[in-house]
Write a protein that binds this ligand. Structure first.
Ligand SMILES: Nc1ncnc2c1ncn2[C@@H]1O[C@H](COP(=O)(O)OP(=O)(O)OP(=O)(O)O)[C@@H](O)[C@H]1O
Ligand SMILES: [Mg+2]
Length: 141
């Protein structure tokens, strides 16, 4: 699935709902689905509030499901980019000047998903790739 959204803040909940609906075909547990929704929210919010801070740009969300019951979500923006990705991924690191953010978004994603890869070029944009393998379905008798 591929979703293209303008970076209006209202689209954070749209993105979360669409990814959640797509992931539902895997019959995830309630907790697994909550984790995926939270991780998507964090990545999309980052694209909106940091990547496209003073502009409206396009966010591209690609979701793929694999035979081993893993789900991969990629959130891409063509915003300002991150100068130092390693520093940005540290807990409590934030560049938010208004004190509204806690710098925990990437940490939340790392905790809720099995893997997180962030690739970014200043001035070009950011790609956030996350993956989670869901638990096996219960065997029916
Ligand atoms: N898509 C992005 N484009 C540009 N900068 C980003 C992007 N995503 C994250 N960042 C940078 O990485 C920092 C850390 O992101 P993280 O989500 O961990 O914390 P936060 O967004 O500042 O706070 P929180 O997510 O807790 O509200 C951000 O403050 C910002 O500087
Ligand atoms: Mg954040």
């Amino acid at each position: 699935m591929k979703i293209l959204l303008p970076s209006f803040s209202s689209n954070e909940s749209s993105a979360r709902a669409m990814v959640s609906a797509f992931a539902a075909q895997l019959n995830p547990t309630f907790d697994e689905l909550s984790d995926i929704k939270c991780a998507v929210s964090e990545a999309v919010t980052n694209a909106i509030v940091h990547g496209y801070r003073d502009v409206i740009g396009q966010i591209v969300i690609s979701v793929k499901i694999y035979d081993d019951r893993s789900i991969r979500v990629e959130v891409k923006d063509k915003g300002c980019g991150i100068p130092d990705v390693e520093a940005a991924m540290q807990p409590l690191f934030t560049t938010d000047p208004d004190g509204e953010r806690s710098g925990m978004g990437f940490t939340v994603i790392e905790n809720f998903m099995d893997s997180l890869i962030v690739k970014s070029s200043p001035g070009k944009g950011t790609r956030v790739l996350m993956r989670k393998k869901l638990s096996p379905l219960p065997v029916k008798r």
